[in-house]
Structure formats: C-alpha cells, structure tokens
Design a protein around this ligand. Structure first.
Ligand code: NAG
Ligand code: CA
Length: 224
C-alpha cells in the first residue's frame, strides 16, 4: 500500500534517493508507480533570460541559472515524486533540492542535445520546499560567436493522494541574465532578485524543431 506517513516518507526518502535515480530496477518486490498521463512537451516553452535577440535569437555564450519552486497544494497533499524531461541548447546540469540529478554535455560535442530529452524519475521532499534548478550553458559553437540558447522542461509531479500535475518550463521559472551564481541549486538560495524567464516558443519552434521523449524511460518513482 502506498501513501506512507509523511515522517516515514521523509526518512525513507534519503535511503531511496540513490536507487530511485538509478532506475530502472527490475527486482520482483519493487513496485513502480506509473505516470498516468503521457509526458509530452505540449505546453512547454523553450525559455532563456531575455538576453536573446527575439525568440530563438542569438544569446551570449555562457552559463545561466534557472529555478522553479514546486508548491504544495495543501498541507495534506504532499509532493512525493517528479518525472522530468529536459533538453537544452547547449548543455545543462540538473539539480533537485540541491542534489545533482544528472546532466547532458553532448550539446558541446554534437551541438544537438536538444533533439532527445533526458528523462529523470526523482523522489521529492514531501514536507519541505522542492526546487528544481538548472545550470544551462550556451556553448561557443564552431565559430565562437553568440548563438541560440534555450532549455525546455516538462514533468509530472505525483502527490501523496496519488493525484498528478503537469509542470512545464515557462515564464514562471526564474533566471538571471548573468553567470549562474555559486550555490544557486540550494532550495533556500535567495532568488528574490531573479527575473521571470523569457518564453521563446513551444516545442517544435525553430531553430530546435521537435524534441523527442522516449516513453519507455517514463517510469515514475519507486514505491517507497
Ligand atoms: C555552470 O556550468 C558551467 C559549465 O559546465 C560551469 O563552468 C559552471 O561552474 C557552472 N556553474 C555553477 C554555479 O554550477
Ligand atoms: Ca547554443
């Protein structure tokens, strides 16, 4: 039976964190909660800092931070799991609640890490603040000149009552039009001076085209 007491969930969160990030596991006693709705980039926006010249226009080379706070619907409905798809131009490091969850540096090599999204299944902190943080770096490209930059995210948050909610990158995400500051990934990092991210267009918009999500990687979190 799922829906653990919150305190128990908080204790098991720490121990289940590593194995959950290393999904998939196939042990016979492990029950995976399936995401109930398809994970798509449908309403997700490519976002950046506003430094770009128009939607998908050129942006300075360098790293920019992005933060998204996940709010609890009520003190009785607690967020327990996040399934997330991320793609970036050119590369990113993903953090949730200060933990380094994963990265994709392929964009520096191939220039095309935005063609396929990376999928993550991440336990959330049911009782505290949950913050997604991305350090996204716009690479120099072959000619070392400013070039398009963006990041696109879609996710499904699962709550303790097994309800699910879609989360997408849009102007509710916070960013800074300057180098990603040290410590930016910590949930309690002071971001009151951060600005709303600029929307560059939906999945499919030039110059990125359609970004693929492989459904078999969308598996939800371990039933801890
Ligand atoms: C952001 O990523 C770049 C490129 O990998 C790295 O040089 C920089 O140190 C990172 N910044 C933070 C605050 O993590
Ligand atoms: Ca770029």
């Amino acid at each position: 039976m799922y829906a653990p007491k919150p305190i128990l969930a908080a204790i098991t969160l720490a121990t289940s964190f590593v194995s959950a990030v290393l999904l998939p596991e196939t042990g016979s006693n492990i029950v995976q909660r399936q995401v109930q709705v398809p994970l798509t980039f449908g309403n997700a926006q490519w976002i950046w800092t506003g430094e770009e010249a128009g939607a998908g226009g050129i942006a300075p080379i360098g790293s920019r931070g992005f933060r998204k706070h996940i709010s609890n619907p009520s003190s009785f409905v607690l967020p327990v799991c996040l399934t997330l798809a991320v793609a970036a131009d050119n590369e990113y490091v993903l953090y949730v609640n200060g933990f380094n969850i994963g990265n994709d540096f392929a964009g520096f090599i191939s220039g095309a890490s935005f063609l396929d999204a990376d999928i993550y299944n991440i336990p959330l902190n049911p009782e505290g603040e949950n913050v997604i943080a991305l350090n996204v770096t716009n690479g120099p490209g072959p000619t070392d000149v400013p070039n398009p930059a963006g990041v696109i995210v879609t996710g499904i948050i699962e709550f303790s009552d097994q309800s699910q909610e879609v989360l997408v990158s849009d102007s509710t995400w916070l960013t800074l039009a300057s180098d990603t500051p040290a410590g930016f990934m910590q949930p309690n990092f002071g971001d009151s001076a951060w600005i709303a991210a600029t929307e560059e267009g939906l999945d499919g918009v030039a110059p990125w085209g359609v970004t693929t999500i492989v459904p078999t990687n969308v598996i939800g979190c371990l039933n801890f």
